[in-house]
Design a protein around this ligand. Structure first.
Ligand code: ADP
Length: 160
């Protein structure tokens, strides 16, 4: 049976931190399904299609990666695609509390699905999509943190 990992998130937009995690997940699985949440409690800049397109471009050279979108419960989507493992990233202690609550809640909803956590390379441990959006809107160059086409999309959306 194929070992499938589901990596859900907002990805608004994808950063090298997300890519780092996808590459690590590929080392322990046959397939990584990146699941773009259509809705989020966060303010979303890019449409679902735009976020998926940027992810597709950013993972083009990686074998075993699929980009999908979902609405509703993560565990239900995981079950529907045959994934028994949900991957989330842990950057700093500040991520822990929320992730802990979510993992245990998801376990209550579906005890057959495990959540695993991975840590990115330390150079991405302070990187977030929110920070990148803020930096670009203030005029910063972000080429060390996102692919060039993501930077271009951010500039187009945020710099008047
Ligand atoms: P969400 O709204 O689900 O938190 P994000 O797109 O911000 O969506 O993040 C998706 C997942 O990727 C989360 O588990 C988050 O912790 C992780 N992540 C985000 N940025 C990084 C990073 N720089 N390094 C490692 N993991 C990250």
């Amino acid at each position: 049976m194929k070992k499938r990992v589901l990596y859900p998130g907002t990805f608004d937009p994808v950063t090298y931190g997300h890519i780092d995690l996808i590459k690590r997940a590929l080392k322990i699985s046959d397939e990584v399904i990146v699941a773009v949440a259509e809705r989020s409690s966060k303010d979303i800049l890019f449409s679902t299609e735009e976020r998926m397109d940027l992810l597709k471009k950013a993972t083009k050279g990686l074998r075993g990666v699929k980009i999908e979108s979902f609405d509703g419960l993560v565990v239900d989507f995981a079950k529907s695609v045959g994934a028994h493992v949900i991957l989330r990233g842990l950057r700093m202690v500040s991520d822990f509390e929320y992730e802990f609550q979510m993992a245990l809640t998801n376990r209550k909803f579906n005890p057959n699905i495990e959540t695993i956590f991975m840590m990115p390379n330390e150079s991405y441990s302070y990187l977030s999509s929110r920070l990148i959006k803020e930096a670009v809107s203030l005029g910063a160059r972000v080429k060390d943190f996102v692919p060039h086409f993501v930077e271009a999309a951010l500039k187009k959306a945020l710099v008047k």
